[in-house]
Design a protein. Sequence first.
Lengths: 613, 345
Amino acid sequence: MIKEKELQNLTEVTVRFAGDSGDGMQLTGSQFSDTTAVLGNDLSTLPDYPAEIRAPQGTIYGVSGFQLHFGSMDVHTPGDIADVLVAMNPAAIKKNLPELKKGGMIIANTDAFDAKNLKLAKYDTNPLEDNSLVGFEVYPVPITSMTIKALADTKLSQKDISRCKNFYALGLMYWLYNRPVDQTIEWIKNKFKNKPEYIDANSKAMLAGYNFGENTELFTVRYQIEAAQLPKGTYRSISGNEATALGCLAASVKSGLPLFLGSYPITPATEILQYLSNYKNFGVKTLQAEDEIAGITSAIGAAFAGSLALTTTSGPGLALKSEALGLALMTELPLVIINVQRGGPSTGLPTKTEQADLLQALYGRNGESPLAVIASSTPSDCFYMAIEAFRLALKFMCPVILLTDGYLANGSEPWKIPHVNELPDLPTKFWTDKNTFKPYLRDEVLSRPWAKPGTPGLEHRIGGLEKANITGTVSYDPDNHHEMIKLRDQKIKNMALDIPDLEIFGEQEGELLVLGWGGTYGSITEAVLRCRAAGIKVSQAHLKYLNPMPKNTEKVLRSFKHVLIPEINLGQLSKVIRAEFLIPAIQFNLVRGLPLRSGDIEEKIIDILGGKL
Amino acid sequence: MADNIEVKEVKLTAKDFATDQDVRWCPGCGDYSILAQVQRTFPDLINIKKENIVWVSGIGCSSRFPYYMDTYGFHGIHGRAPAIATGVKASNPGLSVWVATGDGDLLSIGGNHFIHACRKNIDLKVLLFNNKIYGLTKGQYSPTSDKGMKTKTSPYGSIDFPFNPVSLALGSEATFVARTMDRDPKHMQQMLKRAADHKGMALIEILQNCVIFNDGVFDGISDKGVKDDMLLYIEHNKPLIFGKNKDKGIKVENATPSVINFNEGTNSINDVLVHDEFDKSPARATLLAHLTDSPEFPTPMGIFRQISRPTLDGEMQAQIEAVTAMKGKGDLEKILFSGNTWEVN
């Protein structure tokens, strides 16, 4: 007799799926996330995979993971540490055990714990049997053999059958966290619509996993996580890269300009090019260029010709585009450059996240070359910041760099979808009057006219050589050069009057302000919320505009005795804050290729405040 | 200004294409001839309105060209003119996009963009000012400098094997490849018109004399006394003959060319290879491109090859139209609200 299983309520859980990079862990994780999102939980995800497509099976460096933090409250991070580890092989345990909570749950695929895999994972003895996992709740489940058993009557090859094991694991997790399988079944049907045998096999494997949970005596408890209190509206789950692509598309629609993307594939930015390649019926032109330089220079050509111009890349690509950024700045053409930051320097950690391109974005060019730099703070925020990047580029006739990062790009969260009519219009006008036209005339914000080829009477020449102000002819005049340098600088500074003030969360003045920028928003928010819940007085501000900064930035910073700046670099924003305002920022830096752990920031906050509440 | 008054188009002249900028090339530079031929030719390009012409360049002496043409112009950065021009053309296929570039700009730092522009057949007209030297940096060997050439960076003679630009363009699948010379204005004008009429990537290699750093580099083939014997004007459907008395020709046996002299009695004009600009096979054009490998052969001038292939800019536009016809015009609201959505009440 199977005992009735107990149903326990939880407010939040962090689950990590881990296995070989060919085991389908990303798919399993994203399916679990999508189902969880639709159930109304708030969530945040962290895909964590190797740069190799199919690293050698069974090895530690070949482990691919997907972490998901969901709950009935606001969720800001993918979770510092997992409560549950689903381990498809020994290497998954070896690699992920340090990231598993003490007393956490391990669901292990015992079939994969053979001599060969144990050796590859550098285990002398089987950790499931040698008491090395004492202190964890270990659930040994023969996932592979049960999948094979469940699919005994299918016509698939043995290899294809064993590939369905991730769906078995997914089914078991659905049972454990009391989630329905329907949505994934629909997804399977759609995904394999031309291969009915796979629809059958994957669905069966998942249901077998679900039923195993129901019928086994191994699990006595299953869990329930109520829906979160989210604002009313229609939601979807969105990753940063998809949000970025949609934001660019929205900017095209709202400006009435056709989007032109010149780009070269690079991890983790490639998906933006992939998404935008789909929207041909919006008039979007995507050019997969021969290299990074052609990506940006073709976009500059497109901007000159009157398109809404975009180039997308990641760190090393931004380095290659540096010279062309100077050209875009000099010719004062609207252009958006999106840098999905990854671990650097050089090739670095292509699939990991980092915030170490801030100084490159701000300063990485020859000559006096100020650029507008803005940054997204969450996956869905990428949508709005992409639109904002274009708004600024069009209004101020200049290149704008939007920084996102690997974590934002691949991580996902529920997004309350905005209606098109709620989005800002991006008014654009091309110059047409030939009697008043001068290529470097200035309007009230110092923007120059945009006169596109094809307009009679406005034939003019621009380029990288210094130009005389107003007339735009080549000029080597010393005073003109000084004036133009100041004009280009002032134009960027003028943006400060056009962007929102920096907001403070918490007390408006006091002992400690935690200042962040970019993708660390979630980790910092969670740390600050926990401290405040414990009665610690700490405030938070998050910079989305790095150049120029909001006009009240200095005032905000000076309202606090201490300013703590956590960053996934060695203190790049801290350096800028000190240089700009002579404010002695306290740094917190960890450059591990992973999001900051909110627990670490929390400790630092408590430490700064002398350990006192 | 009223738009509804019909204005009769006035034919433009060379002067209409000149800007108010002083031309700053060295006195005697071959670039002056190129500018003059372009300005003389452009009024005859009746299908192209002045406001639809864009000149794009990179860096080098040649790349100052856009400043002297009263059209839309973009003076880019070193080597990147083909990529910038690609963006202009892809963005607005209605424009006539021309690139002014040099041997260093196009074949060294910009080599990658050049071969891909050829391959993709972007509808650009590329004028390569080939003077076999770096001029603006004051005399270093270039990727077309002859082996052994002594320059500031090769005082003991260059050890680099040079590119043959025509062969490179053919190998990169360019659909129009021609060669002309600064000293032959009429021929250059013909080549410019033919390139303007071509739909696709057109390369014209223009042999151009640098009076300061490589003066006379083409004298051996272009001086009055030698040019009849050293230049081979290739024309469609005509036998490849040359020489003061038109008594020499190119014969090809076993895919190997040789120079024959009709006066020697063994060969006649009937043995001479007849040129076919539109030959589907690149073999003939490639063979002609490589005549210059040996000093006994004349240098071919004219159109090596012109073939028809869809352009990237045209295909890009066509795909947009086809997908729009299939899916209907894009609806942002629909895209935003697509996929797995759920309601929170």
